[in-house]
Design a protein around this ligand. Structure first.
Ligand SMILES: [Zn+2]
Length: 154
């Protein structure tokens, strides 16, 4: 897989305008880029951002390809996964007054920062990590390093 240098094309969306629009207003965004450095992979897909009463609901369908190493034979391979994501991002300031809102009760809530930026990359990162296998295998029947070596000599 070719490496793309530079900024990943995963939108940091300014939702100031959307927050001022009526509840139910929405915008669509395409996602196509490299994942953050913690995960070696790429993502394609699309998101719809919808103004709810409380914040912005992000609904997306994503296809991710991640470079993993097999837990048995240690060879690298590309793992492809597809998933749908749906999370509500809550604002940290009041869009009308600019005043701080009290922080969400749960620390793992997704938030819109004080500049009204919603980070789709963070959502994609968390969903990708959740969907990765604990013990990745290059193929279901991979039998590991030993068998590979004995085949290799014939
Ligand atoms: Zn393997």
């Amino acid at each position: 897989m070719d490496k793309i240098n530079g900024e990943p094309l995963i939108p940091l969306v300014n939702v100031a305008q959307l927050l001022k629009e009526p509840v139910g207003s929405s915008r669509s965004y395409a996602v196509d880029g490299m994942l953050h450095e913690e995960i070696d992979g790429s993502v394609r897909g699309h998101f719809k951002l919808i103004n709810t009463d409380r914040g912005i609901l992000a609904k997306g369908a994503l296809a991710v390809e991640v470079e993993l190493s097999c837990s048995r034979c240690l060879n690298g391979f590309t793992y492809a996964l597809e998933f749908e994501a749906e999370e509500e991002f809550l604002p940290t300031i009041d869009i009308a007054s600019g005043l701080d809102l009290s922080p969400p009760e749960e620390a793992d809530e997704f938030t819109i920062d004080s500049k009204n930026i919603l980070d789709l990359g963070e959502l994609i990162r968390q969903y990708t990590l959740l969907n990765l296998p604990m013990k990745p295998l290059c193929r279901p029947e991979c039998s590991g390093i030993k068998e590979m070596n004995s085949y290799g000599t014939t």
